[in-house]
Design a protein around this ligand. Sequence first.
Ligand code: SF4
Length: 310
Amino acid sequence: MYKYIFGPVPSRRLGVSLGVDLVMSKTCNLNCIYCECGSTTKFYNRRDSYIDIDRLIEEVKDILQNLTPDYITFSGSGEPTLNKDLGMIIREIRKIYSGKIAVITNSTLLNDSDVREALEEADLIIPSLDAISEDIFEKINRPIEGLHAKNILDGMTKFLSETKKEVYLEIFIVEGINDGDEELKKFVEYLKDKKVTVIQLNTLARPGATEDIKPASMKRLTEIKDFFESHNLNSVEIIKKYTSREEFPKYSEKLEELILNMLSKRKYSIYEMVELLQRGEVELFKYLNILQKEGKVKIVIENDQIYIKN
Ligand code: SF4
C-alpha cells in the first residue's frame, strides 16, 4: 500500500502520469469552492516537511520496477509547494527516474524565491490563476487569512519573468463568479505581456467542495477562449472534458462508429488509433471521454501506454 504516490492515471495532457502527494490530506492555504478533494481541513500557509522522504523515494523506486510513466506529477490532496523539501525531492527522484516531472500549484507561494527555485527543478509547471480581483479571489479561492490576490499576481509576475520551463497556466472558470466581462478584461490586461506555453481553461467535472456551484458550459468556455484570442492571448485551450454529444460542435457519428468498430476486434493504444484514424490525440480523447462515460470503452494503462478497449 503506497502512502504518498497514487495512480498512474491516463491523462491527455501528461500521458501516463504518476501522482505524488507532498502534503497530507487536505493541507492547503486555499479552500477553493471547486476543490475535488473536499473542504480544506488543515488550513496552513507555512512551508514545512510534511512527509517521510525516504519512504517516498522507496515507494517511487518500487513502482518504477513495473512502470515507466511519462510524467511524475506533484499534486494530490493539498498544495505541493507547502512542502519545503520540494526541490530536494525532485532532485532525489531524478536520480532514479529519467522521465519528466510536473508540479501543479495554486500559485500562492510564488512570491517566495525558494519556491520559484524549487519549481525550476521540474520540467513543467501548471500554476493556477482563477481571479485578478480581490473580491472574486475571495469568493472562488477562499484563502487563509492574510493571503490576497495581489500576493499571487506579484508572485506570478516574478515567476513568469524568470522561469525557463514549460508553463501551462490554468484558469478554473466557475459560471457566474469569475467569467464576467470585467474580470475577463482584467485577465487580458494582466496576461497580455506574460509568456506562458499555453493558457488552459478548465471547469468543474465532479462535485466540488460546495454544492451550489455550476460548471461553465462548453459554449461559455468557447466564448472566453475566443475573447482571449481576439485580444492576442495565444495558445488558449479548453481542457474541460466533453460529457455529451450535444456539447460537441462537430460531433461525427461516423467517427464514433469507426472507433467502436475498431475496438470490437481488439484493444488499441492511443498512438495506434491516432495513426489509423488520422485524427489528433486531442480530438480522439473528446470522443473517448464521452464513450467512457457511457461505459462503451475503457481508457487504461498497460505496459506504460494508454490503451483503449471495450
Ligand atoms: S488550491 Fe488546490 S488543493 Fe487547495 S483548495 Fe484549491 S483546488 Fe483544493
